[in-house]
Design a protein around this ligand. Structure first.
Ligand code: NAP
Length: 433
């Protein structure tokens, strides 16, 4: 028997559990430990609430969770309730699937002014993550600046641009729906330090921006390279750029403008006690495609700045960490004997949810190679005894199903659920109070 502890119940955690099941069959027991009483990490708290089809992948993780050899061990904080070293004593392998939930800092003067928010916080707010439910972002307008030209920036711009009715069928939490319903933002500027050919948005998601009720995507034709140069792009990128060309060719006149500002990098955020404007420097690309400032600057008025420039994995004391890359130091997922990393904690914040599936198999293969036989470690019963002695109130997958049933029962008409946004509320729902 092999005993495996996975820290983190997001896509990387569940795909790794599934891979361990397939690799070891009945010869494995996997415990997926999460500090939250609710599972699925990024699926619940990161994927946009109006992308329910993507969130549907949690049904696959549920099937894994309901088998006998995989357990969800929720509401257990590694580092507080139990240490990595202790887990290493109990389990043959400890796999860090903790994702990359910390924002990369913008790193310009004024980025600490109220109203400058990282995407983890803003996305966590509209998705009801307990850490960010109380954020109350300033939505008085007139402008919002979203820094970055990736899919997270696109999510944030779309969420700001949609009408209340366009959230029908989504599980956006009520506090965000109400806050967004009152907002007075008429311009959302998407700042990208490079050009249309370097955009990191994917075509399907970019296309959605062309179908919004009250918002128009604005692209300046002058920013687009000659059409013939699109032939140098890979097919996906060419499709994304085709959307930008369509936006440029068909300027709309809806009340909210989502403006693509290319070759533009923030150099300062200014305001009297809160953000009022972003100072932007025009860029040019060098021969390697890197952006550098040209010295030309201008100001964009903004009451809200959301920085969507990537994420970092928070370090864990005692675990080797790569500061420059913002993730655990590892070689192909191996951190140290018996300690592994998967997903964004291994490779950084790139790729789709599905990228984690092969990642999980790779780690399962490595565990199989590193642990050819039974080590005699105790796994589950020893963890249960230790957490009971420490009076940790563990949440099981069955408990989560009770919480979920209460969320479904509380849903607005047409919505799949109304999420609990506080840990205490989640625990009360589990207890039926
Ligand atoms: P991303 O795709 O890496 O995009 C980050 C953006 O920030 C890039 O445009 C980058 O520009 C820019 N940037 C980085 N550092 C900057 C700086 N210091 N100043 C100005 N701009 C800066 O990251 P992401 O949007 O956070 O997405 C993370 C991953 O999740 C991606 O793989 C994404 O596709 C995925 N995701 C997918 C979906 C979906 O499929 N619906 C939704 C959300 C996220 P440069 O290119 O110049 O570095």
């Amino acid at each position: 028997m092999r005993h495996i502890a996975i820290i983190g119940s997001g896509p990387a955690g569940y795909y790794t559990a599934e891979a361990c099941q397939k690799t070891f069959g009945d010869d494995v027991r996997v415990d997926i430990i999460d500090r939250m009483p609710v599972p699925f990490g990024l699926i619940r708290s990161g994927v946009a609430p109006d992308h329910q089809a993507i969130k549907g992948v949690s049904r696959r993780y549920e099937a894994v969770a309901l088998t006998d050899n995989v357990r969800f061990v929720g509401h257990v904080s590694v580092g507080q309730d139990i240490s990595i070293a202790e887990l290493g004593e109990l389990y043959d392998a400890v796999v860090l699937a903790t994702g990359a939930p910390a924002d990369r800092p913008l790193g310009v003067p004024g980025d600490d002014l109220p109203g400058v928010i990282g995407s983890a916080a803003f996305v966590g707010w509209y998705n009801g993550h307990p850490d960010f439910a109380g954020l109350a972002p300033p939505l008085d307008g007139p402008g919002a600046v979203v820094v970055g030209h990736g899919n997270v920036a696109l999510d944030v711009a779309r969420i700001l641009a949609k009408t209340g009715a366009e959230f029908d069928g989504s599980d956006i939490v009520s506090h965000a729906l109400q806050g967004l319903g009152r907002h007075r933002i008429d311009t959302v500027t998407l700042l990208g330090r490079r050009g249309p050919h370097q955009i990191a948005m994917t075509p399907k998601e970019l296309g959605e921006l062309g179908d919004l009720t009250r918002a128009t995507a604005v692209v300046d034709t002058a920013d687009l390279p000659p059409l013939a140069e699109d032939a140098t792009l890979d097919p996906g990128q060419r499709k994304a750029v085709a959307h930008l060309r369509a936006f440029a060719a068909h300027p709309g006149d809806k009340p909210i403008r989502v403006v693509f500002d290319f070759f533009a990098m923030p150099v300062a955020v200014e305001g009297d006690g809160k953000v009022e404007r972003v100072i932007v420097e025009r860029t040019a690309l060098d021969k390697d495609g890197h952006a550098h400032g040209t010295g030309e600057t201008y100001a964009i008025p903004a009451g809200l700045v959301v920085s969507c420039i990537g994420y970092r994995t928070p370090p864990i004391p005692g675990v080797p960490y790569d500061e420059a890359l913002g993730r655990f130091a590892n070689v192909d997922g191996r951190i140290a004997p018996g300690l592994y990393a998967v997903g964004w904690a291994r490779r950084g914040p790139t790729g789709t949810i599905g990228t984690n599936r092969p990642d999980g198999f790779r780690i399962a293969e490595q565990i199989a190679a590193d642990l050819p036989g039974d080590s005699g470690k105790q796994g589950r019963p020893a963890l249960d005894a230790l957490l009971a002695a420490r009076k940790v109130d563990v949440v099981t997958f069955r408990d989560w199903q009770r919480i979920e049933a209460a969320e479904i029962a509380a849903a607005r008409d047409g919505a799949p659920r109304e999420k609990f946004v506080g840990v205490e509320e989640m625990m009360a729902a589990r207890d039926g109070v």
